[in-house]
Design a binder for this molecule. Structure first.
Ligand code: VGL
Ligand code: ZN
Length: 258
């Protein structure tokens, strides 16, 4: 099936194709795509990232993610949802019902949205304060209507404990509880975890960091992510690269998975 030239060599393209097939018979990668928090509140709702310092548009991830879903056959696909109860610790309007520790860099009285406070409790806990968002069952918590949802994919809900926030789809921020993602990736023998969605420097970054810490080959799909703060997006990328993760654009993924 290969085109040999007159010296009996195969072309550069065909060599690349052969190499790819050969290495995959040895490595047998099993790919999982994690689509993080593509929910109304982060796109045009109460925590719209367009209102944050990087002024990015969350809507822009939908078309490239849909295209990825249509052109690449991942072995498993997961959609995460930030899914908070009404009394969630991260909501700034719940601050009055909580106890800020005296060592907190900002007091309860001076705290503004996006500030980080230290809450008192059984353990001291750093917590960034956000507007009320992704309340369980609300419109803001729904996946955006234009995001393609694949049959037989799995939804993973996080941030359901009122007292602990959860940025990563693997564990909450205090590593008290795991989501169902960990056992589902194990049962599918996943080896490669592809990560995309919102917000780049918050939940996407925390998820990629945890995937790397577990030992998954972790691939961040840069052009399918939008974030809150440009400096934090740069930090996220550096963390991934320092832990031997890979950062690609969506058009590079097809060759990696097939
Ligand atoms: C997120 C802020 C608060 C996210 C969730 O999905 O990135 N950001 N909760
Ligand atoms: Zn949240």
């Amino acid at each position: 099936v290969f085109d040999f030239d007159k010296d009996g060599k195969i072309s550069r393209d065909e060599f690349g194709y052969c190499w790819n097939c050969w290495i995959k018979t040895i490595v047998r990668p099993v790919s999982a795509l994690l689509i993080i928090d593509v929910q109304n509140d982060f796109i045009s709702g109460s925590l719209s990232i367009s209102q944050c310092s990087a002024q990015q548009n969350g809507l822009e991830v939908i078309e490239p993610i849909n295209h990825l879903l249509e052109t690449v056959s991942f072995d498993a696909i997961f959609y995460s949802l930030d899914w908070h109860p009404s009394d969630h610790v991260s909501f700034i309007d719940n601050l009055k019902n909580r106890k800020v520790h005296p060592s907190s860099p900002v007091s309860a009285e001076e705290a503004q949205t996006y500030d980080t406070v230290i809450f008192d409790g059984p353990h001291l806990m750093h917590q960034r304060l956000w507007p009320r968002h992704c309340v369980q069952g609300s419109w803001g918590a729904e996946l955006h209507k234009d995001l393609k949802v694949i049959e037989n994919s799995v939804k993973v809900y996080k941030g359901t404990n009122p007292d602990v926030d959860s940025y990563s789809v693997f564990w909450d921020n205090k590593k008290l509880t795991q989501t169902t993602l960990v056992s589902q990736l194990k049962s599918k023998n996943a080896t490669d975890v592809y990560v995309c969605g919102l917000a780049y420097d918050v939940c996407v970054g925390a998820t990629a960091a945890d995937a790397l810490s577990i030992g998954y080959r972790t691939i961040l799909i840069d052009d399918c992510c939008r974030g809150v703060d440009l400096a934090d997006i740069e930090k996220t990328k550096n963390t991934v690269l320092n832990q031997f993760g890979v950062i690609v654009n969506a058009d590079q993924v097809k060759g990696m998975v097939e």
